[in-house]
Write a protein that binds this ligand. Structure first.
Ligand code: AMP
Ligand code: ZN
Length: 482
């Protein structure tokens, strides 16, 4: 940690709904668990916001000098189509609809998710824990809490939420959430009780099922995160993350299980942190819509995935973020500006080994202060702009400061080039070289004051989906219309 990086790390803890200083359970270490995707379909941009957030948190913890152990799970079993217990298993349903083996479905969507993770420059966690690898441990966990906290019904083993103290404290509105839920399971003692083991109905076979004390079946979705976080990080660990929807049901249920397992009031993690949602009013984040809003769609339109990462960093993770193509294109423009500025510095210097210039040391401290303030990346980005604006300071010094900041922001500024950002959209039938040739012809026509010819070339490009940007201060002369 640089001497300037001494601001205490303050994080918003959903448990207390307040900012708290981060104090690790194990000195010098930070152990983080993030709820992973349910791999029955592609992840949409909203889902990826949850992992950009978790990655940013991990990068900040590393920047603050903690040895990070980050676990993200892959839910390949048990997540039902609603948060109650009467939905279908999302994976079983997808397998039936796509006439494929459930294992193939899980493998396919896990790989697609990992591709998105890589494209967004999200660092690899210490482990991707795969839920189906932990089923024997889940059965052991369930066995250990069954007598005191669970009861059996024909459909499964249920957790009785009245057996733990303060059930639903994390959600705050637990009663309403409970009342809002569909109470389809006969015999449940409390509306909020949930299945930790779902028995296969007599006469049916599921593609994924295991033997247990309660008959063949599959674990309930909430069980897996309790079991994997305990197995890999130990209770209590430092931080548990997920999208804000998990604050209402999934995480309160995990906490109830953790309390039962540890025979304590502790929730299993010191901090519970939640990212707010990406909102898309066009409905394209619905997985059933045609032009489904996922990362490869952006790439097919010629937009670099890191523009989306930057768009996330420009907002605070606890604020709702509205998706629009204009916002995304604005982020792309900002990314291009950053990449070009850094590439120019790189062309003339090597990064210095250490940041020594007092102004840059101060800016690094400002940067550290911003990210230590509950991950205020929006402010941190303006400090980065400030470094780039210090034209009088040695380029090597500035490159060193930028590299330190990029280790937190993950925008790949030390290695990206202008050419990397120029993705060729799938829908454009001419290639980049042709576009550049036409623009040269158009410039020539304008130089000759042949405005009819110049307009005709512009129209031709417009028809191909290429927008000509005259007078763009960055020298990006064209872009693809989205
Ligand atoms: P799922 O695959 O549905 O379990 O979701 C994976 C992660 O994405 C979870 O942490 C969710 O809370 C989160 N998530 C789901 N929808 C959104 C959204 N629109 N914006 C941000 N995060 C989301
Ligand atoms: Zn989870």
């Amino acid at each position: 940690m640089t001497p300037a990086n001494t601001a205490p790390l303050m994080l918003f803890n959903s448990l207390t709904r307040s900012l708290e200083p981060f104090e690790p359970v194990h000195p010098g270490e930070a152990r983080v668990y993030s709820c992973g995707p349910t791999v029955y379909n592609y992840a949409h941009l909203g889902n990826m916001r949850a992992y950009v957030f978790a990655d940013t948190l991990g990068r900040v913890l590393s920047f603050k000098g903690y040895a990070l152990k980050h676990i993200i799970n892959i839910t390949d079993v048990g997540h039902l189509t609603d948060d109650g217990d009467d939905g279908e298993d999302k994976l079983e349903k997808a397998a039936a609809a796509q006439a494929q083996s459930i294992w193939d479905i899980a493998r396919h969507y896990t790989q697609a998710f990992w591709d998105d993770i890589k494209a967004l420059n999200i660092r690899q966690p210490a482990e991707w824990s795969i839920a189906t690898d932990y089923v024997p441990k889940m059965i052991e966990f369930a066995k250990s809490i069954a007598d005191k906290h669970c009861y059996e019904l024909p459909s499964g083993l249920y957790f009785d939420v009245s057996t733990v103290e303060d059930y639903g404290a994390l959600a705050r509105a637990a009663t309403e959430a409970g009342e809002g839920r569909i109470e389809a399971v006969e015999g449940k003692r409390n509306a909020q009780d949930f299945a930790i083991w779902r028995k296969t109905p007599p006469g049916e076979t599921r593609q994924m099922e295991w033997d247990s004390l309660w008959g063949p079946g599959a674990p309930g979705w909430h069980l897996e995160c309790s079991v994997m976080s305990e197995a890999l990080l130990g209770f209590p660990f430092d931080i548990h993350t997920g999208g804000i929807d998990h604050r209402e049901i999934h995480h309160p249920n995990e906490i109830a299980q953790n309390q039962a397992f540890a025979c304590s009031h502790g929730s299993g993690a010191r901090f519970w942190m939640h990212n707010n949602f990406l909102i898309d009013r066009s409905g394209k984040m619905s997985k059933s819509s045609g032009e489904f809003l996922r990362l490869p769609l952006l790439v097919s339109k010629g937009i670099h995935p890191l523009a989306y990462r930057l768009m996330c960093l420009q907002a605070h993770y606890r604020s709702e973020m509205e998706f629009s193509w204009d916002n995304l294109l604005a982020a792309l423009t900002r990314l291009k500006r950053l990449v070009m500025a850094v590439a120019t510095l790189r062309s003339g210097a090597e990064p210095a080994a250490r940041v020594e210039h007092p102004r840059l040391v101060q800016l690094l401290a400002d940067f550290a202060g911003s990210v230590s303030d509950d991950l205020n990346t929006a402010k941190a980005l303006t400090v980065l702009d400030e470094v780039l604006a210090q034209k009088k300071i040695d380029a090597g010094q500035r490159l060193a400061a930028i590299a330190a900041m990029d280790a937190v922001l993950g925008l790949d500024l030390p290695s990206l080039d202008r050419a990397d950002l120029r993705l060729r959209p799938a829908a454009v039938s001419i290639d980049e070289g042709d576009i550049e040739d036409k623009l040269t012809q158009r410039k020539q026509a304008r130089a000759n004051k042949d405005f009819a010819a110049s307009d005709a070339i512009r129209d031709e490009l417009t028809a191909l989906g290429v927008e000509v940007m005259d007078g763009d201060p960055l020298g990006w002369e064209w872009r693809i219309e989205v």
